[in-house]
Design a protein around this ligand. Structure first.
Ligand SMILES: Cc1cc2nc3c(=O)[nH]c(=O)nc-3n(C[C@H](O)[C@H](O)[C@H](O)COP(=O)(O)OP(=O)(O)OC[C@H]3O[C@@H](n4cnc5c(N)ncnc54)[C@H](O)[C@@H]3O)c2cc1C
Length: 356
């Protein structure tokens, strides 16, 4: 049984590691050089995904920083706190540098005999050569040929990311997000003395990020602001999940606005589905075949659409509210957020995605 993964980003390496853990031989094919992820960009990975990662992919406990509380503020309500999530017994999510996650996966994969890294520009015979192909690239010939129908949305915004070094805080375990009139700015602690910042801001690439960080930071005594990286933001959902034995995967399948920090989390949930389908085949002595593609689509597509729509709806609500300068939405959220039952539902939605 041989599987091919097209691409060499975070998704490809995470999926590859999950597959070799199931005893499957994997070729990782890409024409692109290894990625150079920034040390100043981070990912928030939810508690249940970290648990899945540690158990089924790679133990990443040591490279993550645990977050116990999340506080949401609204500039529209004069920076009043509108939501607060915490779980007394457990952390809610962990913050990990993209760089650390990628390198940990790469170093582990490099040593494994089931993995072969290939610089393959010939994507012609993939369908015949492999039981399954996962396409994690969105600009290769396979994407152009078989996965071009997508629902795209441009946010006319850029995400600006960096980390700040600040005076040590003994329990730097509370993440916060302020919905400013120009978009959400998140402060995600990564150690007692370093916090990562993501500002998804309407408008162009060039902003005075340093001044804006100073404006919205009320907590940290900043010693240094690291290099800033900016990404134009859009969301995208493919209409078809597979073509014969090729499955579209990762950001090339669904890409979200980063306000909820859910893009990679959705991918990990997709990997969980793939692993379950493969385990089932193995337990029944069956080969990996196209039915995996069909079942993957069946189990994930509607949930992923709903989830993407939910994240976009949050963005649009706050956007609309700031446009019309109305405070009623933030006030309503604050009112519902105080309800313990609803608060629990929000927390579960962020942790586990849509369950039904
Ligand atoms: C600023 C930012 C913060 C993020 N924070 C989180 C998080 O906290 N938790 C989480 O689960 N996922 C988050 N994501 C999504 C996550 O980075 C991707 O899902 C993941 O990198 C996909 O891996 P890949 O191998 O498919 O693609 P990669 O090879 O990693 O390439 C994807 C590239 O596209 C960028 N990108 C991702 N989403 C968008 C978007 N909507 N618009 C424009 N560019 C985008 C990524 O930063 C990356 O550089 C974030 C994305 C961005 C842009």
């Amino acid at each position: 049984m041989k599987v091919c993964i097209l691409g060499n980003g975070l998704t490809s390496f995470t999926l590859a590691k999950a597959l070799i853990n199931q005893g499957i031989e994997v070729d990782i094919c890409s024409n692109v050089k290894l990625k150079n992820y920034s040390k100043f960009q981070t990912l928030g990975i939810t508690k249940s995904n970290i648990d899945f990662f540690n158990k089924n992919i790679l133990n990443i406990e040591k490279i993550g920083w645990k977050i116990h509380d999340i506080e949401i503020f609204s500039e529209n309500l004069l920076n009043e706190k509108i939501l607060n999530f915490n779980n007394r017994n457990e952390h809610l999510f962990s913050v990990i540098r993209n760089f650390d996650l990628y390198n940990s996966l790469y170093l582990n994969l490099k040593k494994n005999k089931l993995i072969h890294f290939k610089k393959d520009s010939n994507y012609k015979d993939l369908i015949q050569k492999y039981n399954l192909v996962f396409n994690c690239e969105n600009k290769n010939i396979i994407s152009k040929k078989f996965f071009s129908k997508r629902i795209d949305k441009k946010y006319e915004s850029y995400a600006h990311v960096t980390t700040i070094l600040h005076k040590k805080i003994s329990a730097n375990n509370t993440a916060s997000q302020i919905f400013t009139k120009d978009g959400p700015i998140a402060f995600l602690p990564i150690s007692p003395s370093e916090t990562s910042i993501v500002y998804s801001r309407k408008g162009g690439k060039h902003i005075n990020f340093i001044e804006l960080i100073k404006k919205y930071n009320s907590k940290y005594k900043i010693l240094k602001i690291n290099d800033v990286f900016s990404f134009e933001l859009f969301s995208s959902n493919l209409r078809n999940y597979h073509h014969q034995n090729i499955i579209a995967f990762g950001d090339s399948l669904h890409r979200l606005h980063p306000l909820a920090g859910q893009g990679f989390n959705m991918i990990v949930r997709d990997i969980e589905v793939v692993v379950d389908l493969i385990k089932f085949k193995k337990e029944h002595g069956l080969d990996l075949d196209n039915s995996i593609c069909l079942n993957f689509e069946k189990k994930t597509r509607s949930k992923n659409y709903l989830f993407s729509f939910g994240v976009d709806a949050i963005y649009e609500f706050f956007n609309f509210e700031s446009k019309i300068k109305n405070k009623s939405f933030a006030k309503t959220i604050k009112y519902f957020g105080k309800n313990k039952f609803l608060n629990k539902i929000f927390t579960k939605f962020a942790d586990k995605g849509i369950i039904y």
